[in-house]
Ligand binder design. Structure first.
Ligand code: DHB
Ligand code: FE
Length: 288
């Protein structure tokens, strides 16, 4: 059977992708940020999964105000990097895993989560920047990736609780796939940032770090944080953090019946301010 071996959490910021693409990662502004991912890149090489299930948000790139799926699973064989206004990033195309994606869709939808199935979906910085941070600049991404989009851009957005429950259903789906695949689940976006309005530029280190502590140690309580707290404390775009709860909910210490398996090992934790307008948070949790 397939299993989830680890979860990875990281912010995305379009400027990080530009820094990679233009060879600026060692410039003084960027060097401390990329230094925080050196261990992660080595870890990913040493712990290469067969598939990455990558939870991210589209930023009005593949979707527009015409159609806004709350949760959308990418079932295609491949996904092209999107043109976000400056041309597509010069990164490899994303190879999907249609068989596992279809299986997860079947299982999760039968578990009452109404996913949207997407068979054509250009992927923006929400997906390509986490891959660049974790993999650098390879000729091809290290394995197939299933893109899983969450609407955190246009209200109403899903609650942290719903995302956490969805993570549990995704784990059940993965564990019922009849092939011994090692799957990583990545939760991306966040941490505190606000790109608009009177509070543009908001960063909240204290809240971010307390939230990380709780995500690691007491994810169920973290899932109960109401959406307004994210907006108030972490800024309007801080709501991207609910996507991390999908990945956290898929870990082995979380069970719908309340029974808890062994806590995951924190392989890496990193926090850096600023990257553009955003507080960057990063975690690697390994299942035990
Ligand atoms: C920035 C952060 C984001 O999450 C995003 O989607 C776009 C821009 C920023 O900090 O510039
Ligand atoms: Fe974003």
């Amino acid at each position: 059977m397939a299993r989830i071996s680890a979860s990875v959490y990281t912010s995305h910021v379009p400027a990080i992708g530009v820094a990679v693409d233009l060879g600026k990662t060692q410039e003084p502004y960027w060097q401390p940020l990329f230094a925080g991912y050196e261990l992660s890149k080595r870890w990913l090489e040493d712990n290469r999964p067969d598939v990455i299930f990558l939870v991210y948000n589209d930023h009005a790139t593949a979707f527009s105000l015409d159609i806004i799926p709350t949760f959308a699973i990418g079932c295609a064989a491949e996904f092209e990097p999107a043109d976000e206004g400056w041309g597509p990033r010069p990164v490899p195309k994303v190879i999907g895993h249609p068989e596992l994606a279809a299986h997860i869709a079947q299982s999760v939808i039968q578990d009452d989560f109404d996913l949207t199935l997407v068979n054509r979906m250009p992927v923006d910085h929400g997906l390509t920047v986490p891959l660049s941070l974790m993999c650098g600049q390879p000729q091809a991404w290290p394995c197939p990736v299933i893109p899983f989009h969450v609407n955190v851009v246009q209200y109403p957005v899903p609650s942290g609780r719903r995302c956490f429950q969805l993570g549990q259903a995704i784990r059940k789906a993965v564990e019922s796939y009849d092939e011994p695949l090692k799957v990583q689940i990545w939760g991306t976006g966040g941490m505190s940032h606000q790109l608009q309005g009177a509070r543009a530029g908001l960063i909240n280190r204290e809240w971010d770090n307390a939230w990380l502590d709780q995500l690691i140690a007491d994810p169920k309580a973290c899932a109960d944080v109401p959406h307004i707290d994210y907006v108030r404390e972490a800024g309007s775009e801080g709501i991207e953090l609910v996507m991390w709860l999908i990945a956290r909910g898929a870990m082995s210490d979380v069970n719908a019946d309340g029974a808890r398996g062994p806590a995951p090992t924190v392989r890496h934790r990193f926090y850096h301010v600023p990257a553009s307008n955003t507080a960057v948070g990063h975690l690697i949790l390994e299942n035990n």
